[in-house]
Each structure stands twice: as C-alpha cells, then as structure tokens.
Design a protein around this ligand. Sequence first.
Ligand SMILES: *Cc1c(COP(=O)(O)O)cnc(C)c1O
Length: 387
Amino acid sequence: MKRPLLNRRLDGLGTTIFAEMSALAQRTGAINLGQGFPDTDGPEEIREAAVRALRDGRGNQYPPGPGVPELREAVAAHQARFYGTCFDPDTEVLVTAGATEAVAASMLALLEPGDEVIAFEPYYDSYTACIAMAGARHVPLPLRAPDFRPDLDALRDALTPRTRLLLLNSPHNPTGTVLTRAEASAVAELAVAHDLLVVTDEVYEHLVFEGAHHPLISFPGMRERTVSISSAGKTFSFTGWKVGWVTGSAALVSAVRTAKQYLTFVSSGPFQHAVAEALRLPGTHFSALREDLRRKKEILSAGLEEAGFTVYRPQGTYFVTADIGPLGEEDDVTFCLRLPERCGVVAVPHSVFYDDPGTGRGLVRFAFCKQDGVLREATERLKTLRD
Ligand SMILES: *Cc1c(COP(=O)(O)O)cnc(C)c1O
C-alpha cells in the first residue's frame, strides 16, 4: 500500500495532547493538572436523577433525535433565565454528544471546502481538526501574553472574501480571556457587516471571575447568524456524561442537526433527563461553583508564583497559563514531558495550541478544577523545581 492510511485532511493531527498527558499522568502517578476535568463529581441530587432515569427506563433506548423534550425545554429556560434570550425548544434547541459533537456538526454542516474560519489562537485542539475535516481552512486571530486580548484591527485584516465563519470561544480555553461587552459588541458588528456566520463555544459560561459572560447571539443582528454551543460537562462537573446543546435560529439548528444525525444520531439518554434537572438548579449552584473555582484559581496561581513562574490569572475557565521563563526554562514541550519525573505534576504545553508551535513556546497550562489539597500538594512539588 503506497498511499498513507490516514487521509490528508487529518494528516498531522495525531493523538490529542490531553489524552497523551493524562496517559503520562497515569503511568507516572503524577498529579494531573493537564486535562481539564474535575476530581470530584457534580451534585449528588443530579447523580441520583440519572440513576432514577435509568431505573425508570427513561432514555435507555434511543432518545428522540433532537434530544428529549424535557432537556430541550430546560435549555431554553436556562437561556431565558441567564441571558433573556428566547428559543423555541422544538425548533431552536438541539442536544448533542457534548460541545465537541456540536462543534464538529456545526463545521460539517456550515462549511464548504475552501471556506475560511477565523478562530482565536491559541486554539482548542478539536477546532483545528473539525475545520480540517470539513475541508475548510482555519485562520488564527492571535491572543497574546501578557493580557491575551483580541485585536479587532487584526480581525478586520484577517477577513477575506472566503471568510465564512467565526468560531469563537469565550471564556477562552486555554488563556482564560473573557470577552468584554465592548469586544463582543465590536465582533458582532463586524460579523453583521461582513455577513458572517458565528459559532460560539460557551462551555465555560458559568465560570467567569471578572466581568460577565456576554453571549454573542444576544447582540443586534446576531440571532439569525449565530450557533451557540454549551454543555453540562464544565457547569455541572460531569464531563463523562457528554451532554451538550446548540441554540440558534431554526434554520441554523436544522442545518447542524442534519450533520449531527449522521455522527452519533443520539447519545446519553438517561443523562439527558438528569441534565434537564441540573439546568433548573437554583442560582446558588452556579454562584457556588464559580466561587469555589475562584478560590482554587487563587490557590494555584499564588502557588505557581511562589514556585517562580510568571502567572497570567484568567478571567474565566478553570485554567491558568504560566510562563516558565523565570525558572530558566525555554521549551514548554520538553518542560511538560519531564515534569512528572522531576516533581510528579502533569501540565499541558501551550505550543500545541498554535499553528506555529514556536509562538506558545515557554507557556504552560495548568487546570485548577481539583481539590484544594491536591492543588496545594502540586504547588509544593513545583516549588522543588528551583532547588
Ligand atoms: C472541554 C471543552 C469542550 C468539550 O466539551 P464536551 O461537552 O465535553 O464535549 C469544548 N470546548 C472547550 C473550549 C472545552 O474546554
């Protein structure tokens, strides 16, 4: 066989860095601050709701293609409660296998080969893969240290006649940038002026420590051009359940559903019922989660500073980016690969999130969605790096 097995679109995508680093953590027994999953499960009553659904036989067989009605209604009620946006649960809400499938289905549904997609760089790694699978081209919009703000002139300059879509993530993984109202408004104006589609990944919508989350779909002219994506994983600390959703106009949701039905068709039946209950939790759940993570952000950030890193505190998400330069280190990949044996901690090198790996050289991402004691132990271990 002369032809390579992997098709050209997927060439170079390899294994996701998160799987690789989690495997390294498991092999070495190191503390895993690499992959972003909490080390404690979400609310007991929501776990019980999943057990009840399973026992009562709700969702054990294929749920309806667009998602169970209870969940679609709960998603619509959640959007109205937090953002004042109204969606018809029957035509404007679609349940997906996590935000990951929602992004994939959106790219496959909305892009033609040769289209250009502008996304913040550093990128969440599945974006690059999904854009490639759709045959489109991704165009970076840089977020750079120390403040990681988007440059709106650079966005304007990146637009070409082939630009079809903006794929925007705020709160942003890995930098923790949260778009201000003014930034979101300016992006929305550009999208309207250039007649672009916008897909927003809002999985960290409830993890904002500074400012507020401003969904792009709520700005003038955006309702008919925006596919808004979120999921239960980060908001309720059940990343294994893989329940996500899409909200948008009936035309856009229908397009995304067309692609989605040939990916997983449906998923997570009993969990859909449990997430419907989770979305209706009182406001205190959401504020407690945020305050909990704000404290964890401080524990990790302060610990990293004491260990000698330059720390860029995030405005949202559960990641903090740190510069290894002050430790006399240059290469983030080498640093992260050696970190488990040097001090028993796993982190993710930033350079995997850039077109040109050199751009992220020297930056490392740590996840702080872990128990306080685990974060403290990790920072104690990191402090030994300077010895
Ligand atoms: C974790 C994460 C996802 C994946 O969400 P799932 O619901 O688990 O598929 C998508 N986007 C970003 C930015 C994430 O950090």
